[in-house]
Ligand binder design. Structure first.
Ligand SMILES: [Zn+2]
Length: 549
């Protein structure tokens, strides 16, 4: 067998030539083309169909029948293990508490006595009050029930679960957490922030095999949504399951794996650097949490929440402490990705990053691509600092439209600089967009819709959208889901555009579904009709005119 690449006549038989397509390359020198030539996992050429067809007569040809080809999308903030396992949980994202209780009751019927019943997705702001343990006890007297909130910053447990966790009226609040109590001091069943762990930690963990299987199922859902890569923010089990999938050749999604700051010492001792791994699975960032979230009012703010004059949220650490983490991480070439929602939290992170930039310079270390996760609301004085310090704004467009009424209610005027991605772009920050799934659906087309309309699917709050000056153009938003995450992963030379030597990660959309020209509402129902990762068709829709012939 002759092994040669890329232009010898034998190799040509292994090449794929997709022609008669409308290709949006994101390569500024050739923004659109009609054919793409792929050799194994890489793109060899992008050009005019006539030219490539005559140059490569022996390549395997696929007529795309005028369909649109675009670079595959990457979700820059996703919890793959949680998302995958959540697909198996009771969906608690209901309009009313009663509807949620009905779903839980159905699952309880099928569960064995004593078996845990898990659910996710409720939001007390939608239900207009906090639920309680007794409501679950009525439908689940013999099964422990544990339902996490959509924000992942609160949970709702029944009495059986509280008992197993030994939570009584005597139990003290853990640091950075709260056991919600009634007038008599008894636990209501609601656990906030770190108090969630009191129950969360006693739930039997699924094994690595189970997680890997769940991830594999999730992966096919992600391909259909148009995703070819993710930046994963889950932990050890997630990493082990991903390695297992990879070793077995079942991982067909580009994964940037981030590590929790609690493991920084171990990473440092090991000398583990960003980029270790390969183009499928590689080490990314050190992830730290600066504060909580808007939903449970735990995001750290300079000024109190509206209607709660003593509540400014919870700050987990100050800028000094974060800087110390950053300094250590920099020794082994790991950048920071720090969760910051409130304006105070973002301010502290920016102070730490400013110090870190000086430190990098003084010590002749590379300027790492640090990022802030969420950047949900900024103090006016901090708006320009991400751009100035060259910090990546890792934002989730769909959070804006999900949270806008809460933001107006609890942050008021401050919301002018909330979810303000256009302001960030204009001030020189680069954007890496994502979903924070399972907090939101990972469907990137819903994210794109939110980014360019600032509206919900139902059209609220208005035709113009919420703070419409923050709308992105489709080109900016698409870039935020492709080149932006590629840059954050130090992979912008091989991911995020369709050009020679780039990895062949792409999606195919129907000819009438070009997101750049179709009615914006079409984004809400858009799906990939075929997805290629590393030169392999990993997903093709069963429908259509004979598929990809
Ligand atoms: Zn997250």
């Amino acid at each position: 067998m002759t092994v040669c690449r890329p232009l010898c006549p034998y190799a040509e038989f292994n090449m794929k030539l997709l022609y008669n397509a409308y290709i949006r390359t994101q390569d500024p020198s050739h923004p659109t083309e009609t054919a793409i030539l792929i050799d194994r996992e890489r793109i060899v050429a992008v050009g005019e169909a006539n030219v490539l067809l005559s140059q490569y007569p022996n390549a395997e040809k696929q007529n795309m029948n005028g369909r649109v080809i675009l670079p595959g999308l990457t979700d820059a903030h996703l919890h793959l293990k949680h998302y995958a396992l959540n697909l198996q949980k009771v969906d608690c994202e209901t309009e009313t508490k009663e509807a949620c209780l009905r779903r839980v009751a159905e699952r309880v019927q099928k569960a064995k006595p004593g078996e845990w019943v898990l659910g996710h997705g409720w939001n007390q702001n939608v239900w207009e009050n906090w639920p309680s343990a007794s409501e679950l006890d009525a439908i689940a007297p013999n099964n422990p029930v544990y339902l996490t909130a959509k924000s992942l910053h609160a949970s709702w447990a029944n009495t059986a679960a509280l008992k197993l966790a030994n939570i009584t009226s005597q139990t003290r609040n853990p640091q950075n957490g709260q056991i919600q109590r009634d007038g008599k001091g008894s636990a209501t069943g609601i656990l906030l922030e770190s108090a969630m762990d009191l129950v969360g930690n006693i739930i039997p963990e699924p094994g690595i095999h189970e997680i890997a299987d769940a991830m594999e199922k999730a992966q096919s859902i992600l391909w259909k949504m148009g995703l070819t890569g993710i930046h994963d923010f889950d932990r050890r089990d997630s990493f082990m399951a991903l390695q297992q999938l990879h070793a077995q050749g079942r991982l067909k999604l580009r994964v940037l794996k981030n590590l929790p700051v609690e493991l920084l010492d171990q990473a440092y001792e090991l000398g583990l650097s960003a980029g270790f791994g390969d183009d499928w699975l590689r080490i990314g960032y050190i992830k730290a949490f600066m504060d909580g979230a808007l939903g449970p009012h735990t995001a750290a703010m300079f000024q109190p929440y509206i209607g709660e004059e003593n509540n400014r949220g919870i700050l987990n650490m100050d800028s000094e402490e974060l800087f110390e983490h950053g300094r250590k991480a920099a020794q082994v070439g790991l950048a920071l990705a720090v969760h910051a929602i409130g304006d105070r939290a973002n301010h502290e992170v920016l102070d730490a990053y400013e110090q870190l930039r000086h430190y990098e310079q003084e010590n002749h270390l590379p300027a790492l691509r640090h990022r802030i996760e969420h950047v949900q609301v900024l103090h006016p004085d901090d708006v320009m600092r991400l751009g100035r310090l060259n910090i990546i704004a890792s934002m989730q467009p769909i959070h804006a439209t999900s949270d806008m009424f809460m933001a107006d209610a609890f942050w008021g005027e401050r919301s002018r600089l909330a979810y303000a991605w256009k302001t960030q772009l204009e001030n020189g920050a680069s954007l890496a967009l994502g979903s924070d799934a399972p907090v939101e659906s990972p469907n990137p087309f819903w994210g794109l819709y939110a980014a360019v309309t600032r509206r919900r699917a139902d059209g609220s709050p208005s035709a113009d959208g919420w703070y419409p000056e923050q709308k992105l153009s489709m080109a900016e938003a698409w870039q935020g889901f492709t080149l932006g995450p590629a840059y954050a992963a130090n992979m912008e030379t091989r991911l995020g555009r369709l050009a020679p030597d780039y990895l062949a990660d792409l999606i195919v959309l129907d000819a009438s579904q070009d997101p750049f020209t179709c009615p914006v509402e079409d984004l809400l129902v858009m799906q990939s009709s075929a997805t290629m990762v590393g030169g392999e068709w990993v997903y093709t829709s069963a429908t259509g005119d004979g598929g990809l012939s």
